[in-house]
Design a protein around this ligand. Sequence first.
Ligand SMILES: Nc1ncnc2c1ncn2[C@@H]1O[C@H](COP(=O)(O)OP(=O)(O)OP(=O)(O)O)[C@@H](O)[C@H]1O
Length: 199
Amino acid sequence: MDATANDKKPKKTGRQCDICVHNRAALRRPKTCQQVCKECFYFAFEEEIHKVIIDNHLFKPGERVAIGASGGKDSTVLAHVLTELNRRHNYGLDLFLLSIDEGITGYRDDSLETVKRNEIQYGVPLKVVSYKSLYGWTMDEIVKEIGLKNNCTFCGVFRRQALDRGAAMLGVDKIATGHNADDIAETVLLNILRGDIAR
Ligand SMILES: Nc1ncnc2c1ncn2[C@@H]1O[C@H](COP(=O)(O)OP(=O)(O)OP(=O)(O)O)[C@@H](O)[C@H]1O
């Protein structure tokens, strides 16, 4: 490589975190344009959630709250953040992990293993409620009967009811789920594609 081409390459200078002004920045937050290190990002993210919880009076001390735990990234982050904030800010919540086992081989059985690890990691009791126990059918059996068309609609309706029934079994006051802005955008787009503009 000749010296001229090399000179044109951007130099790797590395940049300090805008918050702690100590560690090397690991990412740039699109929301604030700040360059932050991993530790400051986690802390800022958790405290923003704390502010939403406080500003909107989401919980009262002594409440029992079930975390809808699918084993996916969103609800795993939710379980981590809620247990951490409950401890850090003394919310006084009784937390539970509530998982719905739809009975989808090779999918939910794998992610339930993650939830079982979270139960130990966060010290939060886990309740698993299966479609088989509630409805007498696994999702695999339902698909065998009705085929793949519309099976997601059945599964979504059953899951919402299963979460409600699991919450009743646990005697909780509230269910927290890991729905995020992407999920809302997805719902809006799907409704438009179905021609259901009013929704
Ligand atoms: N089988 C399940 N058991 C318990 N809660 C669930 C289950 N499936 C979904 N949920 C709850 O509903 C939220 C949204 O579910 P969705 O199917 O959209 O998955 P997602 O956005 O990929 O979330 P995740 O990464 O947590 O799976 C999850 O974050 C979780 O709180």
